[in-house]
Design a protein. Structure first.
Length: 270
């Protein structure tokens, strides 16, 4: 029978030796999150405010300007998601309380759904269809956590590669769940988050695998705008391995908060 200390130890991420930062690695975790939320905000402003203005002016000379602004802002917005996935994998690897981390993701997924639907889903509120990206991050986290738990529990009986196979199988199951929920970024989010976690020991491998996932998504969906996500992936190369200034609850609260504000502005203006 295990002791209480044994139980606590199993919930903690494996300890890794800190990686020495290169001279060009000047971005900490907080800086990357700021890039993510600013580019996400640009994207959501384009959807909620710029596009409706374009529709209102369609057929006029000004519509071209609004269309160009919309397209440029959506391109910028693609930078955000890879950085959120990267932050998730870093959180999973370093948190000392995975159950609390998972609960936080789950609660903010629920809290964010109504603001998400009001701002980006034409006001059609549903907690089980067309759900927000926090659902995707939560499902990805749970699949990776389960894979790690099995790897640790069966470490003496499984070869190293078998643990990765189990994790990949769990990610595939998570992707099916996300497809059923029609969550934002869906299976692509699970695939991208999983690839970034499984290759986290090698930064170049992370970027290469993330790029491969992005290209695959573009090929399958013929949605080439997502190639701008490669900019976000490239920023990972400049990460210095440091957490940065702690503002974790601000970053969580920003997601539903800014969506609610944008939904309100849209309702007042349009």
């Amino acid at each position: 029978m295990g002791s209480r200390n044994d139980t606590v130890a199993r919930t903690q991420a494996p300890v890794r030796a800190p990686r020495a930062a290169r001279p060009w690695q000047l971005l900490d975790g907080t800086m990357l999150k700021w890039v993510a939320i600013v580019t996400m905000l640009v994207d959501h402003v384009a959807i909620t405010l710029v596009y409706p203005e374009f529709l209102a002016l369609r057929g006029t000379a000004a519509a071209v300007t609004w269309a160009n602004a919309y397209n440029a802002m959506r391109d910028i917005g693609r930078i955000a998601f890879p950085l959120f996935c990267f932050a998730l994998t870093e959180g999973l690897a370093h948190t000392h309380n995975r159950p609390r981390y998972a609960l936080r993701l789950f609660l903010f997924a629920l809290v964010s759904e109504i603001p998400f639907d009001l701002a980006l889903n034409d006001g059609k509120i549903s907690f089980v269809a067309d759900t927000n990206v926090m659902y995707t991050l939560f499902v990805c986290f749970m699949a990776l956590w389960a894979g790690d738990s099995i790897r640790r529990a069966e470490g003496d009986r499984l070869p190293g590669w078998a643990g990765d196979v189990v994790t990949i199988a769990l990610l595939a199951a998570g992707a099916v769940v996300d497809i059923r929920l029609t969550s934002d970024y869906s299976w692509f989010g699970i695939l991208l988050g999983g690839s970034l976690y499984l290759t986290r020991q090698h930064r170049l491998a992370q970027v290469a695998c993330g790029a491969a996932c992005t290209v695959l998504y573009c090929l399958i969906n013929a949605r080439w705008i997502e190639m701008y996500a490669l900019i976000g992936l490239a920023l990972i190369l400049f990460y210095n391995g440091k957490r940065g200034r702690g503002m974790k609850y601000f970053f969580y609260a920003f997601y539903p908060g800014h969506l609610l504000i944008l939904a309100g502005i849209h309702a007042l203006v349009f």
